[in-house]
Design a protein around this ligand. Sequence first.
Ligand SMILES: [Fe+2]
Ligand SMILES: [Fe+2]
Length: 182
Amino acid sequence: MNAPTPVPAADPAGVMGLFDNSHQQIAAMLQRLTQLANDLAEQGTTLPLRTEARAVRDWLGREAREHHLDEERHIFPPLLASGDEELMHVTRLLQQDHGWLEENWLSIQPELTAAVEGFTSFNAASLQETSRLFCQLYADHMLLEESVAYPAVSPLVQGQATTEAMRQEIEQRRSVRAQLKG
Ligand SMILES: [Fe+2]
Ligand SMILES: [Fe+2]
């Protein structure tokens, strides 16, 4: 629990590999969430599914939020300062998405906790529906980032010093968070 979350390995082509890597990890975890919701609906809160619910809840609650912070510190500001109206508009939409994703997550998290604890109040159909909406929004959001935001920000943050500072900030923040969790 004390170990800092490993920062994804940098792509040789640049620091944007950090963000692409995070998206791959998030997409994999969203698949696990969908599978979990379906399995819980079919099998109920069995011990293995409660364990899986804990793993999915803890990972998404921590890593997805960290990823959003990474973007809000390093991706969105240069785009908002680019002077390109269309890019600035897309970036504001992406910022808005982070708010919606957080709101959705705040519905899903207690549902997963009910599954983890095996509460009789756990409602599998509700988790399936909230998860479906969350995964859809997330997939659309990541697609927009990968197709518009990431390619546009790359030339704006080029340079070894800039990308190294970005990496250091990301690593430092995660390390401090891990220490605080103690
Ligand atoms: Fe994002
Ligand atoms: Fe993202």
